[in-house]
Design a protein around this ligand. Structure first.
Ligand code: ADP
Length: 561
């Protein structure tokens, strides 16, 4: 005989799940034990949202669904923000949750942790399934894996009531109920006429631009993308998590001339990037009013969501880019020199401004001089993974820290979610074994900060650099009353003591030189560490680069404030 616990583990293993991120409790504690005994790595967290975020990041890095395990009720609910965030970001992940007795929950008889979890999860997931019988465990897992990873990836919820885990069946019969899915994310080839339409449009362009999004990073079609970009000479702009797909130092990068590139481009090839708020919805004046768009996406419903798509290319990025590359090999396209020179001139001007900013050495430290020190260390360690969240800490680090290798930057993504930091950092370390540097605002760190204990317990090579200006946005707002102002945290905090409390290394630094030496040391030693960087509480601006989305500052601006 075999029980539900062992069968779930067999089904996961059959589909190459080698790591589970979660928190144990009723009714799934034995599931974690059985998984661990079977050779699956189990990473136990302190809060489920971080476990879910880790699973999502693992999904992005590996192109296989990451798995998060939660208990019934509150544990399940804590996992939901991560499930929703994974879905919003198109990361494949599966939240497997134990749940309470259906007969009692459905009659609302007040069972332990009673929630109709399936219904609760549905709006936040790409799909939500419940396994109602032990003999459906293999099918349920196969369905969850298939759905998470095929087409546009996303978060899948898989509900397993405690009683199903406890059911048993004949082991031989059970073996036949588990299967490994074939070709989990089938290629989707673009139609030849769609490729032709796109190439014709690009060939006519005076000011073509390629925007690479995190879908392009996820697709792992790095060589094809590089070949197409280099064969055409078209300037490219990486979205933040696509940085490194081609090195930021690449001569065709328009990253340092972003505003000009968007405002002037006449034909834009979007590769795995949505025209959402992060790209100003494709609207003028950020974009030229007559800009025409070519979009590569695996989800055809994405086309025309914001702007007319003149040449939609439905398909997987690898297949589409192969077709585009073959197309330009037969009929070359070359970006007009006038355009590439215009962008190069702006890049040079902006690079010079950046160098000046980084050369300043104000005391107390501010964002730029701290980030300059981090940049120098990361340049010497290009294969370190970078996790980044915060407001100013995110906006400025994204510009200052160049990436040279694909899929080495994980950040707040599509929703600008604070709290992804430690979960993403743990997944990057667990999945790759490489050093991870999490560049965190002090406020952002607080959302998942307790996971520093998880980092220390598993001895992960994660250095958390906290850019501590003592507040949300900044730490110097005067209070209107006895309590601290709403944006104010604690500029005198010593976050490094948190690492020390759990056996990691702690550093408190006040100068770029100290920061540089501490970070060099922690990366080399691969020790869990926190570097608390004391910044000027007056450093930073409200809402970072998103002031226009903040109703109060937008009102102040329109009122001339
Ligand atoms: P960014 O925030 O970097 O602009 P988005 O998350 O908005 O990126 O966009 C990613 C897009 O990539 C989504 O629309 C998704 O459907 C698409 N996508 C994901 N994987 C693939 C793939 N393998 N092939 C084609 N498109 C993909």
């Amino acid at each position: 005989m075999i029980d539900g616990f062992h069968l779930v583990v067999q089904a996961l293993k059959a589909n190459d799940v080698d790591t589970i991120y979660g928190i144990v409790g009723i009714p799934i504690t034995d599931l974690a034990r059985v998984a661990q005994a079977s050779g699956i790595r189990y990473i136990g967290f302190r809060q489920e949202t971080s476990a879910g975020n880790a699973a999502a990041a693992a999904g992005f890095l590996n192109r296989r669904p990451g798995v998060c395990l939660t208990t019934s009720g509150p544990g399940f609910l804590n996992g939901l923000p991560a499930l929703a965030n994974a879905t919003a970001n198109c990361f494949p992940m599966i939240q497997i949750s134990g749940s309470s007795n259906r007969a009692l929950v459905d009659l609302q008889r007040g069972d332990y942790q009673d929630i109709d979890q399936l219904d609760a999860a549905r709006p936040f997931a790409k799909a939500a399934y419940r396994i109602g019988r032990v003999e459906d465990i293999g099918r349920g897992v196969a369905r969850a894996v298939r759905t998470a990873i095929s087409g546009r990836p996303g978060g899948v919820y898989l509900d397993i009531p405690g009683e199903v885990l406890g059911q048993a069946m004949n082991a031989d019969d059970a073996a036949a109920t588990v299967w490994r899915i074939v070709d989990p994310a089938p290629r989707q080839l673009p139609a030849p006429e769609a490729v032709e339409r796109a190439l014709q449009l690009l060939a006519q362009a005076q000011r073509p631009l390629i925007v690479l999004g995190k879908g392009a990073a996820y697709a792992q079609a790095d060589d094809l993308i590089r070949e197409f970009v280099e064969a055409t000479g078209i300037p490219f702009l990486p979205m933040s998590m696509a940085k490194g797909l081609l090195p930021d130092s690449h001569p065709q990068s328009a990253a340092a001339a972003r505003s000009l590139a968007l405002a002037r481009a006449d034909v834009v090839l979007l590769v795995g990037a949505r025209l959402n708020w992060l790209l100003g919805h494709g609207d003028s004046p950020q974009w030229a009013a007559d800009a025409r768009f070519v979009q590569v996406d695996i989800a055809p419903s994405e086309f025309d969501s914001n702007q007319p798509i003149a040449a939609p290319l439905a398909g997987d990025i690898g297949s589409v880019l192969a077709a585009l590359r073959d197309g330009v090999a037969a009929r070359p396209i070359t970006a007009p020199e006038e355009w590439t020179k215009e962008l190069a001139a702006r890049t040079e001007r902006n690079d010079a401004k950046m160098r000046e900013r980084l050369a300043e050495d104000p005391q107390p430290m501010r964002f730029y001089n701290a980030l300059g020190a981090i940049r120098a260390v990361l340049q010497a360690n290009p294969d370190a993974y970078v996790v980044n969240e915060g407001a100013n800490a995110l906006d400025l680090a994204r510009n200052v820290i160049g990436m040279e290798v694909p899929r080495h930057r994980l950040d707040t993504g599509t929703w600008g979610t604070m709290g992804i930091g430690m979960g993403y950092a743990i997944a990057a370390a667990v999945e790759t074994g490489r050093p991870v540097v999490a560049i965190e605002g002090d406020s952002a760190f607080g959302f998942s900060g307790m996971e520093i204990e998880t980092i220390c317990r598993y001895r992960l090579p994660v250095t958390v650099v906290i850019l501590n200006n003592g507040g949300v946005y900044r730490g110097d707002e005067a209070a209107d009353g006895a309590d601290p102002a709403p944006t104010v945290l604690n500029a005198r905090a010593h976050h490094e003591l948190l690492a020390e409390a759990f056996g990691g290394k702690g550093y408190h630094v006040t100068t770029p030189t100290e920061l540089r030496s501490a970070l060099t040391e922690t990366i080399a030693a691969r020790t869990p560490a926190i570097i608390d960087c004391e910044l000027d509480p007056a450093a930073g601006v409200e809402s970072g680069h998103l002031a226009s989305l903040n109703p109060s500052s937008a009102a102040a601006v329109s009122a001339g404030g």
